[in-house]
Design a protein around this ligand. Structure first.
Ligand code: ADP
Length: 214
């Protein structure tokens, strides 16, 4: 499969035998979307590494803040442990700051953001002049999600907190999918399949999608 990070600009020979650089695809501004346990974090890691773009995981950023005992960490620690969402205001400002870093100009993979409609609207505003986002959504059966999270065993993966996170997902986060779906910016993939198959499906979908867009 063609490597997009390499083909992002392609040289074309003009009649005057001068080489001109022609942009054939927009930057890979991606959102990986799905319930807790969908495998989006793992897939985002792989995709980002393959294409040399940063993965931006809001869950990782928040857990790191907690581990460091920073001001943000103190603010969000209890919220994370309860499986609730931190405030839109706080997470939007963290992401806005991150997207201002120069390593994001060629694209990025967002994992865990946006999780609410106000977050999605804020992301739109941040990217208004950067080509917007494409969304890859992984769908996974509910019983498979519970099984995977139980195996993972992160601190906020105990049975009660998992239930709460799934409730929060269907109440706050699923509507975000509809928000993007209405504008046709979503590719929905089956996340129940083995990891490598999902990785291949994402590669294929993003490559085709970006060609169509570019
Ligand atoms: P998972 O991989 O299980 O979906 P994450 O690592 O993405 O979990 O997030 C862990 C926790 O961090 C969430 O339960 C929530 O408390 C907080 N969090 C992460 N991203 C956001 C966000 N975009 N908005 C609000 N809270 C968030």
């Amino acid at each position: 499969m063609e490597n997009l990070s390499v083909s992002a600009t392609r040289l074309r020979r003009s009649p005057a035998t001068r080489w001109t650089s022609v942009r054939i695809v927009p930057p890979m501004n991606l959102v990986f979307f799905g319930p807790p346990g969908a495998g989006k974090g793992t897939q985002a890691d792989r995709f980002a590494a393959n294409h040399g773009i940063p993965k931006i995981s809001t869950g990782d950023m928040l857990r790191q803040a907690v581990a460091e005992g920073s001001r943000v960490g103190m603010l969000v620690r209890d919220t994370l442990q309860a499986g609730a969402l931190v405030t839109d205001e706080l997470i939007i400002s963290l992401v806005a700051e991150r997207l201002e870093q120069p390593d994001t100009t060629g694209g990025f993979v967002l994992d865990g953001f946006p999780r609410t409609i106000p977050q999605a609207a804020a992301l739109d505003a941040m990217l208004a002049e950067r080509g917007g986002v494409s969304v890859v959504a992984l769908v996974v059966h509910a019983d498979e999600v519970v099984r995977r999270l139980a195996v993972r065993g992160r601190e906020d993966d105990d049975a009660w907190v998992i239930k709460e996170r799934l409730r929060v997902y269907s109440r706050e986060t699923e509507p975000v999918l509809e928000f993007y779906r209405r504008r046709g910016a979503v590719t929905i993939l089956d996340g129940n399949r083995p990891l490598d198959e999902v990785t291949a499906a994402i590669e294929a979908a993003v490559t085709t999608g970006l060609r169509a867009k570019g």
